[in-house]
Design a protein around this ligand. Structure first.
Ligand SMILES: C[S@@+](CC[C@H](N)C(=O)[O-])C[C@H]1O[C@@H](n2cnc3c(N)ncnc32)[C@H](O)[C@@H]1O
Length: 281
């Protein structure tokens, strides 16, 4: 590596973050209230945009309470030369710039900790539009891990060799292209952190949400009962919990069939249903 040693990662978010940072890393992570806390490490050229939206509301409160931890690793100090260059022109020509493998490798080594066995329980993910689609099931799996390291891409992308060498899983948050991986990283962390026990006040709401059952969620209503001539469906005012449950299930099935035929087919396959049956749900 060229030049001076890069600074360590920033733990500048939440109650955890205001602890003294001169202590060795392993002692910091061994502090009692942090033991077992889910951790996200984010390698980015823009550490200042974190925690961003994750610092607000329930995820922000949980961060302050030490239910999870966020660490940003600034990629820039790992760069080459006096200007700390992190990117270069694409081999073979073409538009844009590519993140250098040696630079990202240094940041990934800084992020890695523990034995190889422990690292196997710690996924490393690069946010990328060509990645595997991010799903609720993936959020559930990640929330059960010890933590995750996320690489936020910029420019045209990341040199393939470092993705291969570190066995990095590429994950996409949708079929569109953003300028960088930071918003995607925050989306992935948000969806994951809210599944950690005690982050949401009401864990039952997680179980009833879209995707948890394989269906989109039913519509919601609240007061006033009559708003601008539009009434809350009578069944929801009936007090009959069995009927309300069936109505919600029917609505969830109707919405899923209309809006997400892919999910509907998968749901029917796992529930022994004919996806083309019962047209009038
Ligand atoms: C301009 S994009 C690169 C797009 C790349 N050339 C391609 O065509 O797949 C720059 C970075 O933004 C992030 N990014 C953009 N869209 C994304 C998406 N839908 N999901 C996850 N990350 C995304 C990735 O980190 C990516 O490396």
């Amino acid at each position: 590596m060229t030049g001076e040693a890069p600074p360590g990662p920033r733990r500048s978010h939440g109650r955890i973050a205001i602890r003294p940072t001169l202590r060795p890393r392993d002692l910091m992570s061994a502090t009692p209230e942090l033991a077992g806390a889910w951790r996200a490490k984010v390698i980015t050229l823009f550490p200042e945009v974190f925690p961003g939206v994750l610092g607000a509301s329930l995820t922000g409160k949980a961060l302050n309470e030490g239910l999870w931890q966020l660490e940003t690793i600034d990629l820039r100090p790992f760069g080459e030369g006096r200007h700390r260059n992190v990117d270069d022109t694409p081999a073979g020509g073409g538009a844009g710039m590519v993140l250098r493998p040696d630079v990202l490798d240094r940041a990934l080594r800084e992020a890695a900790e523990g034995t190889p066995d422990q690292r196997a329980l710690w996924p490393v993910i690069a946010l990328s539009p060509r990645g595997q689609p991010f799903t609720q099931a993936m959020a559930q799996a990640l929330s059960a891990a010890q933590g995750v390291t996320l690489v936020c891409g910029r420019f045209e992308g990341i040199d393939q060799r470092v993705l291969d060498a570190h066995q990095i899983l590429e994950v996409s948050i949708g079929d569109f292209v953003m300028t960088g991986g930071e918003i995607a990283a925050q989306a992935l962390i948000d969806a994951t952190v809210r599944l950690i026990p005690r982050v949401l006040g009401n864990q039952a709401s997680v179980e009833e949400e879209s995707f948890s059952s394989g269906l989109l969620e039913h519509p919601h209503y609240t007061k006033p009962v009559d708003w601008d001539g539009r009434r809350v469906p009578d069944i929801l005012l009936s007090g009959h919990h069995g009927h309300i449950r069936s109505w919600r299930q029917m609505q969830a099935e109707r919405l899923t069939r209309q809006r997400r035929p892919d999910l509907w087919r998968a749901y029917c396959a796992t529930h022994g249903r004919d996806p083309d049956g019962d047209r009038e749900l």
